[in-house]
Write a protein that binds this ligand. Structure first.
Ligand code: C5P
Length: 234
């Protein structure tokens, strides 16, 4: 079984707190996930500063705009040297292809991951947008669109990962949030899996935030997750 990489979600706008957390877990995680909160508050130079600690960065900007604008943003993010960058599949084929071309043209191309359907949306939200098929079918259609447009992988819920892996085979990178160690607090995540369950279902990247960042001992929490994944993958 492939050993999944843990990317710790640093959902903090405060850069000093983010750096302290990143330093403490550095030896026990595969990378750091920085989202809109961190990026909007601190900007690209602080992304580079965290990256300089020696961990790859998953830059979760969920880009969604006209193709030319997204291509420009992908070029700029690629120049930072981040490992993963997210875009919305809902931006459409031309936007996704423009993003893929922009990344490929960079000397340091990130892997692009597409959001299929935000997990905060339910069927009634989709109906308002004129989408009447079930959420699961919409996820599959958006996944097909993204992967058919040159996008490298998908962000998906722990409940979707197995079906997507079966449908699309070993190539796409599948990045999975909503992970909770057995017995841990769920927080606002409702449909969760443990790290080893998500790895067994075919996840390549586990995005884990509060179970590490809010732990009394973040390094210990990260190490326990790494040990669990090592044992299960051995
Ligand atoms: O703290 P927690 O482990 O829930 O953090 C998970 C991270 O993954 C957060 O940064 C959250 O924004 C992100 N995420 C998520 N659920 C999704 C997509 C992204 O929790 N469906």
């Amino acid at each position: 079984m492939r050993r999944a990489a843990v990317y710790c979600a640093i959902d903090r706008a405060d850069r000093a707190a983010a750096e302290m957390l990143a330093r403490s877990i550095k030896g026990h995680v595969g990378g750091l996930k920085l989202g809109l909160e961190f990026f909007t508050a601190n900007g690209p130079r602080e992304v580079e500063a965290l990256q300089a600690l020696g961990l790859p960065i998953f830059l979760d900007l969920k880009l969604h705009d006209i193709p030319n604008t997204v291509a420009g943003a992908v070029r700029a993010a690629s120049a930072l040297g981040v490992r993963y960058l997210t875009v919305h599949a809902a931006g459409g084929r031309a936007m996704l292809e423009a993003a893929a071309h922009a990344a490929a043209a960079s000397p340091t191309p990130p892997k692009l991951l597409a959001i299929t359907v935000l997990t905060s949306l339910d069927e009634s939200d989709l109906v308002v947008q004129g989408i009447v098929r079930p959420v699961a079918d919409q996820v599959m259609a958006m996944a097909e669109l993204a992967l058919g447009s040159g996008i490298d992988g998908l962000v998906c819920s722990p409940l979707e990962v197995e079906g997507l892996r079966r449908r699309f085979g070993p190539a796409p990178v599948l990045a999975v949030p909503g992970i909770r160690p057995a017995g841990g607090a769920l927080g606002d995540q409702k449909r969760t899996r443990t790290p080893s369950e998500a790895q067994a279902a075919g996840a390549d990247v586990l995005v884990i935030g509060r179970p590490i960042s809010d732990a009394a001992d973040p390094a210990g929490a990260a190490r326990a997750i790494a040990d669990e994944l090592d044992r299960a993958a051995a």
